[in-house]
Design a protein around this ligand. Structure first.
Ligand code: ATP
Length: 341
Protein backbone atom coordinates (compact mmCIF):
# COMPACT_ATOMS: atom_id res chain seq x y z
CA UNK A 1 0.00 0.00 0.00
CA UNK A 2 1.11 3.53 -0.73
CA UNK A 3 1.28 6.33 1.82
CA UNK A 4 -1.36 8.90 0.83
CA UNK A 5 -1.03 11.38 3.69
CA UNK A 6 1.93 11.88 5.94
CA UNK A 7 2.12 14.28 8.86
CA UNK A 8 5.60 14.87 10.21
CA UNK A 9 6.25 16.47 13.62
CA UNK A 10 3.34 18.86 13.29
CA UNK A 11 3.02 21.49 16.03
CA UNK A 12 0.50 24.28 16.43
CA UNK A 13 0.57 26.19 19.69
CA UNK A 14 -2.16 28.76 20.30
CA UNK A 15 -1.54 31.87 22.40
CA UNK A 16 -3.14 30.10 25.34
CA UNK A 17 -0.37 27.49 25.25
CA UNK A 18 -2.78 24.81 24.08
CA UNK A 19 -2.66 23.15 20.69
CA UNK A 20 -1.02 20.05 19.18
CA UNK A 21 2.58 19.04 19.64
CA UNK A 22 4.89 16.89 17.56
CA UNK A 23 2.18 14.92 15.77
CA UNK A 24 3.45 12.35 13.26
CA UNK A 25 1.32 9.85 11.41
CA UNK A 26 0.89 8.21 8.03
CA UNK A 27 -2.37 7.29 6.36
CA UNK A 28 -2.33 4.68 3.60
CA UNK A 29 -4.27 5.07 0.37
CA UNK A 30 -7.87 3.93 0.86
CA UNK A 31 -7.61 3.92 4.63
CA UNK A 32 -10.07 5.46 7.07
CA UNK A 33 -8.21 6.79 10.08
CA UNK A 34 -10.08 8.36 13.00
CA UNK A 35 -8.72 11.04 15.28
CA UNK A 36 -10.33 10.28 18.63
CA UNK A 37 -10.07 11.98 21.99
CA UNK A 38 -11.86 14.14 24.55
CA UNK A 39 -12.92 17.70 23.84
CA UNK A 40 -9.93 20.01 23.45
CA UNK A 41 -7.35 17.28 22.77
CA UNK A 42 -6.46 18.76 19.37
CA UNK A 43 -8.33 16.59 16.83
CA UNK A 44 -9.85 19.52 14.95
CA UNK A 45 -6.55 21.40 14.99
CA UNK A 46 -4.89 18.50 13.16
CA UNK A 47 -7.77 18.24 10.67
CA UNK A 48 -7.83 21.98 10.00
CA UNK A 49 -4.09 21.98 9.48
CA UNK A 50 -4.48 19.29 6.81
CA UNK A 51 -7.30 21.25 5.16
CA UNK A 52 -5.31 24.49 5.20
CA UNK A 53 -7.55 26.43 7.60
CA UNK A 54 -4.75 26.77 10.15
CA UNK A 55 -1.03 27.39 9.74
CA UNK A 56 1.09 25.14 11.92
CA UNK A 57 4.31 26.55 13.38
CA UNK A 58 6.39 23.45 12.74
CA UNK A 59 6.31 20.21 10.85
CA UNK A 60 5.16 19.14 7.42
CA UNK A 61 2.05 17.69 5.82
CA UNK A 62 2.44 15.76 2.58
CA UNK A 63 -0.08 14.23 0.24
CA UNK A 64 1.35 11.63 -2.14
CA UNK A 65 4.81 12.84 -1.14
CA UNK A 66 4.22 16.54 -1.95
CA UNK A 67 4.17 19.13 0.82
CA UNK A 68 0.82 20.97 0.81
CA UNK A 69 1.62 23.53 3.52
CA UNK A 70 2.17 26.42 1.12
CA UNK A 71 -1.18 25.83 -0.66
CA UNK A 72 -4.38 27.68 0.31
CA UNK A 73 -7.34 25.43 1.25
CA UNK A 74 -9.00 25.60 -2.18
CA UNK A 75 -5.80 24.49 -3.93
CA UNK A 76 -5.24 21.51 -1.63
CA UNK A 77 -6.25 18.06 -2.84
CA UNK A 78 -8.57 17.76 0.17
CA UNK A 79 -12.28 18.31 0.84
CA UNK A 80 -13.93 18.76 4.20
CA UNK A 81 -17.31 17.67 5.59
CA UNK A 82 -18.42 19.63 8.66
CA UNK A 83 -20.78 18.79 11.49
CA UNK A 84 -23.05 21.65 10.44
CA UNK A 85 -23.45 20.59 6.75
CA UNK A 86 -22.72 24.12 5.42
CA UNK A 87 -25.05 23.83 2.40
CA UNK A 88 -26.18 27.00 0.62
CA UNK A 89 -29.86 27.39 1.56
CA UNK A 90 -30.82 29.45 -1.52
CA UNK A 91 -29.47 26.82 -3.91
CA UNK A 92 -31.06 23.52 -4.89
CA UNK A 93 -29.34 20.24 -4.18
CA UNK A 94 -28.19 20.16 -7.79
CA UNK A 95 -26.74 23.65 -7.59
CA UNK A 96 -25.05 22.90 -4.27
CA UNK A 97 -23.45 19.83 -5.77
CA UNK A 98 -22.59 21.28 -9.18
CA UNK A 99 -20.96 24.43 -7.81
CA UNK A 100 -17.49 23.02 -7.19
CA UNK A 101 -17.43 21.29 -10.58
CA UNK A 102 -18.55 24.44 -12.43
CA UNK A 103 -15.66 26.35 -10.86
CA UNK A 104 -13.41 23.63 -12.17
CA UNK A 105 -14.92 24.24 -15.61
CA UNK A 106 -16.25 20.74 -16.08
CA UNK A 107 -18.64 20.17 -19.01
CA UNK A 108 -22.37 20.41 -18.30
CA UNK A 109 -23.11 16.80 -19.32
CA UNK A 110 -20.27 15.55 -17.15
CA UNK A 111 -21.60 17.51 -14.19
CA UNK A 112 -25.12 16.08 -14.73
CA UNK A 113 -23.75 12.59 -14.85
CA UNK A 114 -21.48 13.02 -11.82
CA UNK A 115 -24.26 14.59 -9.72
CA UNK A 116 -26.79 11.86 -10.44
CA UNK A 117 -24.19 9.17 -9.76
CA UNK A 118 -23.13 10.66 -6.44
CA UNK A 119 -26.77 11.13 -5.39
CA UNK A 120 -27.30 7.42 -5.95
CA UNK A 121 -24.24 6.72 -3.85
CA UNK A 122 -25.63 8.69 -0.91
CA UNK A 123 -29.11 7.16 -1.42
CA UNK A 124 -30.79 10.38 -2.52
CA UNK A 125 -31.32 9.70 -6.22
CA UNK A 126 -33.74 12.20 -7.72
CA UNK A 127 -33.30 14.90 -5.06
CA UNK A 128 -31.72 17.40 -7.49
CA UNK A 129 -34.52 19.99 -7.39
CA UNK A 130 -35.02 20.06 -3.62
CA UNK A 131 -33.74 22.82 -1.38
CA UNK A 132 -31.70 22.00 1.72
CA UNK A 133 -34.52 23.20 4.00
CA UNK A 134 -36.78 20.53 2.48
CA UNK A 135 -34.38 17.82 3.64
CA UNK A 136 -33.93 16.18 7.04
CA UNK A 137 -30.66 16.57 8.94
CA UNK A 138 -29.47 13.15 7.78
CA UNK A 139 -30.31 13.97 4.16
CA UNK A 140 -28.53 17.32 4.37
CA UNK A 141 -25.43 15.60 5.69
CA UNK A 142 -25.63 13.08 2.82
CA UNK A 143 -25.64 16.03 0.40
CA UNK A 144 -22.68 17.63 2.17
CA UNK A 145 -20.85 14.32 1.87
CA UNK A 146 -21.84 14.03 -1.80
CA UNK A 147 -20.51 17.53 -2.47
CA UNK A 148 -17.14 16.61 -0.96
CA UNK A 149 -17.01 13.28 -2.85
CA UNK A 150 -17.65 15.04 -6.15
CA UNK A 151 -14.41 16.96 -5.77
CA UNK A 152 -12.58 13.61 -5.80
CA UNK A 153 -10.14 14.70 -3.11
CA UNK A 154 -6.97 12.74 -2.45
CA UNK A 155 -7.91 12.92 1.23
CA UNK A 156 -11.44 13.47 2.53
CA UNK A 157 -11.58 15.24 5.91
CA UNK A 158 -14.62 14.67 8.11
CA UNK A 159 -15.10 16.80 11.24
CA UNK A 160 -17.59 15.06 13.55
CA UNK A 161 -19.93 14.73 10.56
CA UNK A 162 -22.62 12.70 12.32
CA UNK A 163 -22.68 14.18 15.80
CA UNK A 164 -25.66 16.47 15.14
CA UNK A 165 -27.82 13.48 14.11
CA UNK A 166 -29.91 11.16 16.28
CA UNK A 167 -28.48 7.82 17.36
CA UNK A 168 -30.26 5.64 14.78
CA UNK A 169 -29.33 7.89 11.88
CA UNK A 170 -25.74 8.05 13.09
CA UNK A 171 -25.51 4.27 12.85
CA UNK A 172 -27.02 4.28 9.35
CA UNK A 173 -24.65 6.95 8.08
CA UNK A 174 -21.65 5.20 9.58
CA UNK A 175 -22.48 2.10 7.58
CA UNK A 176 -23.08 4.12 4.44
CA UNK A 177 -19.78 5.94 4.81
CA UNK A 178 -17.99 2.61 5.09
CA UNK A 179 -19.74 1.36 1.95
CA UNK A 180 -18.84 4.54 0.06
CA UNK A 181 -15.26 4.23 1.20
CA UNK A 182 -15.10 0.62 -0.02
CA UNK A 183 -16.70 1.56 -3.35
CA UNK A 184 -14.50 4.61 -4.03
CA UNK A 185 -11.26 3.59 -2.29
CA UNK A 186 -11.09 7.12 -0.94
CA UNK A 187 -8.64 8.00 1.84
CA UNK A 188 -10.43 9.52 4.82
CA UNK A 189 -9.50 11.23 8.08
CA UNK A 190 -12.43 11.27 10.46
CA UNK A 191 -12.61 13.31 13.67
CA UNK A 192 -14.84 12.05 16.46
CA UNK A 193 -15.04 12.13 20.25
CA UNK A 194 -17.24 9.02 20.21
CA UNK A 195 -15.12 5.94 20.88
CA UNK A 196 -17.83 3.55 19.70
CA UNK A 197 -18.05 5.39 16.38
CA UNK A 198 -14.26 5.27 15.98
CA UNK A 199 -14.13 1.56 16.84
CA UNK A 200 -16.88 0.72 14.36
CA UNK A 201 -15.76 2.62 11.25
CA UNK A 202 -11.99 2.94 11.36
CA UNK A 203 -9.19 0.95 9.81
CA UNK A 204 -6.97 2.57 12.41
CA UNK A 205 -7.54 4.97 15.27
CA UNK A 206 -5.32 7.75 16.61
CA UNK A 207 -6.14 8.43 20.24
CA UNK A 208 -5.13 11.95 21.24
CA UNK A 209 -4.80 13.50 24.67
CA UNK A 210 -3.69 17.06 25.52
CA UNK A 211 -2.35 17.73 22.02
CA UNK A 212 -0.35 14.52 21.71
CA UNK A 213 -0.83 11.04 20.26
CA UNK A 214 -1.35 8.40 22.94
CA UNK A 215 -1.71 5.43 20.59
CA UNK A 216 -2.16 4.69 16.90
CA UNK A 217 -3.54 1.22 16.22
CA UNK A 218 -6.34 -0.82 14.65
CA UNK A 219 -9.59 -0.87 16.64
CA UNK A 220 -8.98 -4.49 17.68
CA UNK A 221 -5.39 -3.85 18.75
CA UNK A 222 -6.44 -0.77 20.68
CA UNK A 223 -9.26 -2.55 22.45
CA UNK A 224 -7.21 -5.64 23.29
CA UNK A 225 -3.90 -3.93 24.03
CA UNK A 226 -4.34 -0.31 25.12
CA UNK A 227 -0.87 1.22 25.31
CA UNK A 228 -1.55 3.64 28.16
CA UNK A 229 -3.87 4.03 31.11
CA UNK A 230 -5.53 6.91 29.28
CA UNK A 231 -6.36 4.75 26.24
CA UNK A 232 -7.54 1.94 28.52
CA UNK A 233 -9.99 4.30 30.19
CA UNK A 234 -11.08 6.01 26.98
CA UNK A 235 -11.74 3.03 24.68
CA UNK A 236 -14.52 0.64 25.65
CA UNK A 237 -15.69 -0.08 29.19
CA UNK A 238 -13.04 -0.88 31.76
CA UNK A 239 -12.76 -1.70 35.47
CA UNK A 240 -9.75 -0.36 37.36
CA UNK A 241 -8.33 -1.93 40.50
CA UNK A 242 -5.37 -0.55 42.44
CA UNK A 243 -2.40 -2.70 43.37
CA UNK A 244 1.27 -2.51 44.30
CA UNK A 245 4.18 -4.02 42.39
CA UNK A 246 7.82 -4.75 43.26
CA UNK A 247 9.39 -5.21 39.82
CA UNK A 248 8.44 -8.90 39.68
CA UNK A 249 4.90 -9.26 40.97
CA UNK A 250 1.86 -7.08 41.48
CA UNK A 251 -0.42 -7.71 44.42
CA UNK A 252 -4.05 -6.67 44.61
CA UNK A 253 -5.75 -6.73 48.03
CA UNK A 254 -8.21 -9.59 48.25
CA UNK A 255 -6.67 -11.59 45.39
CA UNK A 256 -4.57 -14.58 46.49
CA UNK A 257 -2.55 -14.91 43.28
CA UNK A 258 -0.03 -12.17 42.41
CA UNK A 259 0.37 -11.07 38.78
CA UNK A 260 3.68 -11.17 36.95
CA UNK A 261 5.01 -7.73 36.03
CA UNK A 262 8.19 -5.74 35.65
CA UNK A 263 6.52 -2.57 36.96
CA UNK A 264 7.27 -1.22 40.42
CA UNK A 265 5.31 0.94 42.81
CA UNK A 266 1.61 1.72 42.65
CA UNK A 267 -0.09 0.01 39.68
CA UNK A 268 -3.54 -0.11 38.15
CA UNK A 269 -5.08 -3.33 36.94
CA UNK A 270 -7.43 -2.77 33.97
CA UNK A 271 -10.07 -5.43 33.33
CA UNK A 272 -12.80 -5.44 30.67
CA UNK A 273 -16.27 -6.24 32.04
CA UNK A 274 -16.50 -9.22 29.68
CA UNK A 275 -13.31 -10.66 31.25
CA UNK A 276 -14.66 -10.58 34.81
CA UNK A 277 -15.58 -14.10 35.89
CA UNK A 278 -18.19 -14.59 38.57
CA UNK A 279 -17.77 -17.72 40.71
CA UNK A 280 -19.40 -19.45 43.63
CA UNK A 281 -18.61 -17.86 47.01
CA UNK A 282 -16.73 -21.01 48.12
CA UNK A 283 -14.23 -20.78 45.28
CA UNK A 284 -11.15 -18.54 45.12
CA UNK A 285 -11.21 -14.93 43.98
CA UNK A 286 -12.05 -11.46 45.17
CA UNK A 287 -15.02 -11.35 47.55
CA UNK A 288 -18.02 -9.62 46.00
CA UNK A 289 -21.73 -9.07 46.46
CA UNK A 290 -24.16 -8.80 43.57
CA UNK A 291 -25.46 -5.23 43.71
CA UNK A 292 -27.56 -5.07 40.56
CA UNK A 293 -28.38 -7.16 37.47
CA UNK A 294 -29.32 -5.17 34.39
CA UNK A 295 -30.70 -6.98 31.35
CA UNK A 296 -29.46 -5.38 28.15
CA UNK A 297 -30.97 -7.62 25.49
CA UNK A 298 -28.83 -10.64 24.77
CA UNK A 299 -26.43 -9.92 27.62
CA UNK A 300 -26.58 -8.61 31.15
CA UNK A 301 -24.51 -6.08 33.05
CA UNK A 302 -23.80 -7.13 36.62
CA UNK A 303 -22.66 -4.58 39.20
CA UNK A 304 -20.65 -6.10 42.03
CA UNK A 305 -19.66 -4.49 45.34
CA UNK A 306 -16.07 -5.26 46.29
CA UNK A 307 -13.41 -3.84 48.60
CA UNK A 308 -12.13 -2.00 45.50
CA UNK A 309 -15.46 -0.35 44.81
CA UNK A 310 -18.00 -1.35 42.18
CA UNK A 311 -16.81 -3.82 39.52
CA UNK A 312 -18.88 -4.34 36.38
CA UNK A 313 -19.21 -7.68 34.61
CA UNK A 314 -20.91 -8.51 31.32
CA UNK A 315 -22.29 -11.99 30.76
CA UNK A 316 -24.69 -13.73 28.37
CA UNK A 317 -28.19 -13.53 29.82
CA UNK A 318 -28.44 -17.33 30.21
CA UNK A 319 -25.54 -17.18 32.69
CA UNK A 320 -27.44 -14.83 35.01
CA UNK A 321 -30.20 -17.25 36.02
CA UNK A 322 -28.42 -18.45 39.16
CA UNK A 323 -27.50 -14.90 40.24
CA UNK A 324 -29.54 -12.80 42.64
CA UNK A 325 -29.23 -9.35 44.06
CA UNK A 326 -27.44 -9.44 47.43
CA UNK A 327 -25.78 -12.79 46.72
CA UNK A 328 -22.19 -13.37 47.87
CA UNK A 329 -19.76 -14.55 45.22
CA UNK A 330 -16.13 -14.46 44.18
CA UNK A 331 -14.75 -12.83 41.09
CA UNK A 332 -11.63 -13.34 39.07
CA UNK A 333 -10.14 -11.08 36.46
CA UNK A 334 -9.18 -13.33 33.54
CA UNK A 335 -7.23 -11.30 30.99
CA UNK A 336 -6.14 -7.97 32.39
CA UNK A 337 -3.56 -5.29 31.77
CA UNK A 338 -1.31 -3.57 34.31
CA UNK A 339 -0.27 0.06 34.17
CA UNK A 340 1.79 2.34 36.39
CA UNK A 341 -0.35 4.93 38.04
P1 ATP B 1 -13.55 19.42 20.32
O1 ATP B 1 -13.95 17.99 20.27
O2 ATP B 1 -14.09 20.16 21.51
O3 ATP B 1 -13.72 20.16 19.02
P2 ATP B 1 -10.75 19.08 19.67
O4 ATP B 1 -10.07 17.86 20.16
O5 ATP B 1 -11.13 19.13 18.26
O6 ATP B 1 -11.96 19.42 20.62
P3 ATP B 1 -9.29 21.48 19.14
O7 ATP B 1 -10.45 22.24 18.62
O8 ATP B 1 -8.29 20.98 18.16
O9 ATP B 1 -9.75 20.27 20.03
O10 ATP B 1 -8.56 22.38 20.21
C1 ATP B 1 -7.35 22.01 20.89
C2 ATP B 1 -7.03 23.05 21.95
O11 ATP B 1 -6.64 24.27 21.34
C3 ATP B 1 -8.21 23.37 22.84
O12 ATP B 1 -7.74 23.53 24.14
C4 ATP B 1 -8.75 24.67 22.28
O13 ATP B 1 -9.32 25.46 23.29
C5 ATP B 1 -7.52 25.31 21.71
N1 ATP B 1 -7.82 26.10 20.50
C6 ATP B 1 -8.39 25.65 19.35
N2 ATP B 1 -8.50 26.61 18.42
C7 ATP B 1 -8.00 27.73 18.99
C8 ATP B 1 -7.81 29.09 18.56
N3 ATP B 1 -8.17 29.46 17.33
N4 ATP B 1 -7.28 29.96 19.43
C9 ATP B 1 -6.89 29.58 20.67
N5 ATP B 1 -7.02 28.31 21.15
C10 ATP B 1 -7.56 27.40 20.34
Amino acid sequence: MAVQLSIHQLSKRFKTGEGVFDISLEVQKGELVSLLGPSGCGKTTVLRSIGGFLDPQAGDIRIKGQSILSLPPEKRPTAMVFQSYNLWPHMTVYENLAFGLKIRKRKKEDIHYAVSRVLEMVRLAGAEKKYPTELSGGQQQRIALARALLLEPEVLLLDEPFSALDAKLRLELREELREIQAATGMTMVFVTHDQEEALSISDRIVVMNAGKIEQLASPKEMYDHPATLFVASFIGRMNFVKGVADGKEARVDGLAEPLKTDLSGPVMLAVRPEEVQIRDEHETGLQATVRQIMMLGHYAEISLDTQHGIIKAFMPREGTEQLQQGQFCRIDFGKSALFSR
